[in-house]
Design a protein around this ligand. Structure first.
Ligand SMILES: Cc1cc2nc3c(=O)[nH]c(=O)nc-3n(C[C@H](O)[C@H](O)[C@H](O)COP(=O)(O)O)c2cc1C
Ligand code: SF4
Length: 656
């Protein structure tokens, strides 16, 4: 599809946006409370990449709501100015998202969050403080003051966050607004607070900067509806209080609806958003797993919106617009909708990251282009064509080294090539296909069906060798009777996750036990695949909650909801003690009947080749699962890190 509409400029409140591709508001936690160099570098990379409009960094406008960034006094203004001086030359327009979390977050002093009514927070469980009209007025003024600081900071606009279950959404939603005063009851009253905020902002900044609002219908029944929001938006538009609207979907009842994962299709929010936005004439920003500019072009041509937000697509590849405009859409590194590095990173590492892009969140110190020029061009042999090996090969090739990639299987991908076959996990294939395309584009000498032993490697006379040969699933040693376990594993009803996913004919019977000793996506993938084949699953695990390493709010909750509907039985805090044909006995003596069982077990590193080469190859490296078992994110990061190390060090023969 030719890209035309995406590159048309559009005007929002007197501000010209150079193209139709935006990044909706998203927290990064990079700033540690301010606009430091990390956060400026993060946005600058996307400005250089050609993004038209960025709504940056939700900031709390009032101390009764605590998040990492605060827009509550003038201390933020120099940070805004630094950001704008950096990005301005690249043409990207910048709006700032003004936020109050309501009962989702406590106040800065730890006091209960403020809300419409004194109902418990879905996050902290603590009852909220029902706001007085005086407190409402205080927050209205805080929003207006925050907007004025954005103008002082040379920003192009502000966006009021009235979506996703935060304070203004809590007032809009009958589920959280039980008030009987002028702020409760019919939608005309429930929107009063939002309207007052926008009136105050307009009074403060006039038309000097653009003013918009972000809204989302509730995913839960009984919440704020699309019809409610459409009424609100028409009212705000009529009064000239907003210059644009950013439409999203969902709230804290289902974060997975807001940040849809790989099991949701492109544009999955449109059924809701099209009703929310019906018949509006102001510019409309839409969102929802748009991954390519071709996706966005299609949505624009269909009139679904006037701008298309692509948040995670930009996290995965900051250069998505520039590459696509240059006719290289196939070079765009795809977001796979895993939510592990971005949303998961905020919670796990307290900073944004990305499974496919190890540079995300580290733009100040790293980029794809910062390899030293190949003065020390080397012959690099990489053994193992999984994500770790391919990323190492890709980056070494970018740096100008001569790279040979040996893979024993007839195709690249390693274990991830199996994961992509699992039901609902096909998007993993997007990053594998991209890495593979990059191998050939960059001239990596790929040798498939090549089982490399020590001689094979030495015969290549390499300067550097990287071993990325992965890991093999262990037999389940946790079973008390190891001999019996080993026999059972060889008994046909017991299989590994690889066999379960790859051989449908092997997964016979109507019932299965999935035993998860790892706690990550592997057992989820197996279970989803078995369910898809019509097999009823009992899911047992030694962990106190199922798959604890899967991102909780946007992935695990949705998976568990789906499994509840499919009657998956969860057995936590358990190990399998003995097994006898179709009876599996837990450590507490419970008997689980199943026609077959899949054991998802810990992995043992395939490091024999590394050991065999350690005496003869000096510049030898072990990475990925062959070093330490992990996931695709740790594998890709390991590949990137070793390439950086190889490219920034002198050849060993030159040392000394
Ligand atoms: C890491 C991360 C942080 C987010 N934080 C916010 C936020 O602070 N405010 C907001 O309105 N939306 C936030 N979102 C939601 C995004 O704006 C967007 O609606 C969502 O990611 C779906 O769009 P996409 O498919 O283009 O990624 C966040 C999303 C991600 C991935
Ligand atoms: S971590 Fe996953 S979902 Fe998030 S941007 Fe990266 S690939 Fe996309």
């Amino acid at each position: 599809m030719s890209l035309k509409r995406v590159f048309e400029p559009i005007e929002i409140g007197g501000i010209t946006i150079p193209n139709r591709i935006a990044r909706a508001g998203h927290g990064t936690h990079l700033g540690r409370g301010t606009y430091n160099e990390d956060i400026v570098a993060y946005h600058l990379a996307r400005a250089k990449g050609g993004c038209g409009l960025s709504v940056v960094d939700s900031a709390s406008v009032h101390p009764s709501s605590k998040i990492t960034l605060a827009n509550q006094d003038d201390a933020i203004i120099p940070g805004f100015q630094t950001l704008m001086r950096a990005v301005r030359p690249h043409g990207m327009r910048v709006f700032h998202q003004l936020y109050h979390g309501g009962h989702i977050t406590p106040g800065e002093d730890g006091a209960p969050g403020w809300s419409a009514s004194a109902i418990p927070s879905p996050v902290t469980g603590a009852p909220a403080l029902a706001m007085s009209t005086g407190q409402i007025g205080e927050v209205v003024n805080a929003f207006a003051d925050a907007a004025a600081r954005c103008r002082e900071g040379m920003l192009d606009g502000v966006e009021v966050h009235a979506a996703h279950g935060y304070l203004l959404h809590q007032f809009l939603s009958p589920l959280t607004n039980h008030r009987t005063d002028l702020y409760g009851g019919p939608i005309e009253n429930r929107m009063r607070f939002l309207r007052e905020v926008l009136v105050a902002i307009r009074a403060k900044v006039s038309r000097d900067i653009a003013v918009g609002v972000r809204v989302s219908a509730s995913a839960a029944p009984g919440g704020v509806t699309e019809a409610d929001l459409n009424f609100v938006l028409h009212q705000l538009q009529r009064e000239n209080l907003i210059d644009y609207v950013s439409a999203s979907y969902g709230d804290y009842s289902d974060i997975g609806a807001t940040v849809g994962a790989m099991d949701r299709p492109v544009g999955y929010q449109l059924p809701s958003v099209s009703q929310t936005l019906a018949d509006l004439t102001i510019p409309r920003m839409i969102t929802g797993r748009y991954r390519t500019l071709e996706d966005a072009e299609q949505a624009l041509r269909e009139g679904a919106g006037d701008l298309v937000s692509m948040v995670r697509a930009h996290i995965a590849d900051p250069d998505i617009v520039r590459k696509s405009k240059a006719g290289h859409s196939d070079r765009v590194r795809p977001c796979i909708g895993c939510n592990q590095g971005c949303i998961g990173g905020l919670i796990r590492d307290a900073r944004i990251g990305c499974l496919v892009n190890p540079t995300a969140g580290h733009e100040r110190t790293q980029s794809e282009d910062d390899f030293p020029s190949p003065v020390h061009k080397r012959r690099v042999v990489i053994v193992g064509g999984g994500p770790a090996g391919m990323e190492a090969a890709r980056r070494c090739a970018v740096a100008g080294h001569h790279v040979i990639l040996m893979e024993a299987a007839p195709q690249l991908g390693g274990m991830a090539a199996i994961a992509r076959r699992a039901s609902g996990f096909h998007a993993i294939g997007d990053i594998l296909d991209w890495l593979e395309r990059e191998m050939y584009r960059l001239g990596v000498d790929v040798r498939l069906s090549t089982y490399a032993d020590a001689d094979t490697v030495r015969n290549e006379a390499p300067d550097v060798v990287v071993i990325a040969t992965g890991a093999t699933a262990l037999e389940p040693l946790w079973v008390s009777n190891g001999t019996q376990a080993t026999q059972a594993m060889r008994h046909s009803p017991v299989m590994s996750s690889i066999d379960a996913i790859m051989s449908p004919q092997g997964t016979k019977g109507r019932t299965a036990l999935v035993y998860d000793d790892v706690g990550h996506f592997e057992a989820v993938a197996v279970t989803e695949t078995l369910l898809e084949r019509g097999i009823a699953v009992t899911f047992a695990t030694p962990f106190s909650s199922p798959f604890p390493y899967v991102q909780t709010t946007s992935r695990a909750h949705g998976i568990l909801r789906k499994w509840a509907l499919r009657n998956v039985e969860l057995v936590e805090n358990t190990t399998i003690h003995t097994m006898d044909d179709d009876t599996f006995v837990t450590d507490s003596g419970r008997e689980i009947q199943a026609d077959m069982a899949v054991f998802v077990t810990q992995k043992s590193a395939n490091d024999d080749l590394y050991q065999n080469l350690s005496q003869s190859i000096v510049d030898l490296h072990l990475i990925g699962d062959a070093h330490t078992a992990g996931d695709i994110q740790t594998a890709i990061r390991a590949g990137a890190e070793i390439a950086r190390k190889i490219s920034s060090s002198k050849p060993i023969s030159m040392i000394g």
